[in-house]
Design a protein around this ligand. Structure first.
Ligand SMILES: *Cc1c(COP(=O)(O)O)cnc(C)c1O
Length: 325
């Protein structure tokens, strides 16, 4: 990847003359079965651009209450797009078509119009969970019946693709816009690509400029993304297998693991093993193992920097902490 980055052909990205960025956008649009795509520095900016470009201030959008756009984007939907966010409940990061039906409205003089429904695939805070395809299709159908567009936060869409065997274009078929991140399990240093209809992507360029996401010789970064697309997608299966092994090992020392583990994210409650989330993560850091405490839960994520030995090392470190308490 470093070599591909060094050798990339580049141009001025913001006047659309960077050949490597253009190649990446074409490749992603094709992979997702969409007309066009735009390169952005981060996934968060993809969500910001998408939400702003799908809505008008004062409208509403729907998302699961644990969605990244609500929990981790610094209030972006409210601050940048001026929208209300209707927070839907549901197991494993998924809400039902019926629950959506209750809130999706074309609006009137009193009631804000719901112009967008946002889906997260895989769902981060729910534990890397994958939407059941029939529920996904049904939710999209209800959204469209009610005049709302559907946007997908596909930070880890390729994890869902690898876990299910359902290709990215199939997941993208019933939705309007979808982006993928190259900096999570795919391991690139920078970059995400947002795709959708050509005229919508054209309008999204205004938000890309407005937010400072129009770039110069971004082809270097796009080259890393292209490398990841070619070499790091199929290997996500290894991350998923390692997450399973990690989950089994954590259970063996008394951790309460949230099951099933579907992709590369493992959430667990360490209290049954006698240690609190913050304490555990601090002590693991001393052993060179990175896990994150999120409220009462600990999150461990496998990725291309964690090999089989890394899982052994993590489990040894966890066992050591547990033995110490
Ligand atoms: C990481 C993540 C994002 C944000 O992506 P960045 O590239 O870090 O800005 C958005 N949504 C989900 C579900 C994520 O996991």
């Amino acid at each position: 990847m470093r070599a591909a980055i060094a050798e990339a052909d580049v141009g001025d990205e913001q006047i659309r003359e960077d050949p490597t960025v253009n190649r990446l956008c074409e490749a992603v649009a094709e992979r997702l079965g969409k007309e066009a795509a735009v390169f952005l520095p981060s996934g968060t900016m993809c969500n910001a651009v998408a939400i702003a470009n799908h809505t008008r201030p004062g409208e509403a959008i729907a998302a699961h209450r644990h969605a990244h756009i609500i929990r981790f984007e610094s209030g972006g939907p409210a601050a940048l797009a001026g929208v209300l966010v209707e927070q839907l409940e549901g197991d494993r990061g998924h809400f039902s078509a019926d629950d959506l039906r209750h809130v999706a409205t074309r609006g009137n003089a009193y009631i804000p119009r719901m112009s967008l429904v946002s889906l997260e695939q895989t769902h981060n805070l729910a534990g890397g969970t994958v939407w059941p395809l029939d529920q996904w299709d049904e939710v999209c159908l209800v959204a469209h019946e009610r005049g709302a567009a559907v946007h997908v936060d596909g930070a880890r869409l390729f994890n869902a693709v690898i876990a299910t065997g359902t290709d990215a274009a199939r997941w993208a078929t019933p939705v309007d816009t979808v982006w993928v991140d190259f900096t999570k399990g795919l391991g690139a240093p920078l970059g995400a690509v947002l795709s959708g209809p050509a005229d919508w992507i054209e309008a999204a360029w205004r938000w890309k400029h407005r937010l400072g996401g129009a770039l110069r010789q971004a082809g270097m970064m796009a080259a890393g993304c292209l490398y990841a697309l070619e070499h790091h997608v199929d290997r996500l299966a290894d991350d998923h297998a390692r997450a399973q092994r990690l989950a089994d090992g954590l259970e063996a020392v008394g951790m309460a693991v949230e099951r099933p583990v579907e992709t590369n994210i493992v959430f667990f409650d360490p209290v049954p093993a006698g240690v609190g989330p913050g304490d555990l993560c601090e002590r693991l850091a001393e052993e060179g193992v990175g896990m994150g405490a999120l409220g009462p839960r600990v999150r461990a994520v496998t990725n291309l920097n964690v090999d089989d030995e890394g899982i052994d090392q993590a489990l040894d470190a966890v066992a050591k902490v547990v033995a110490g308490v």
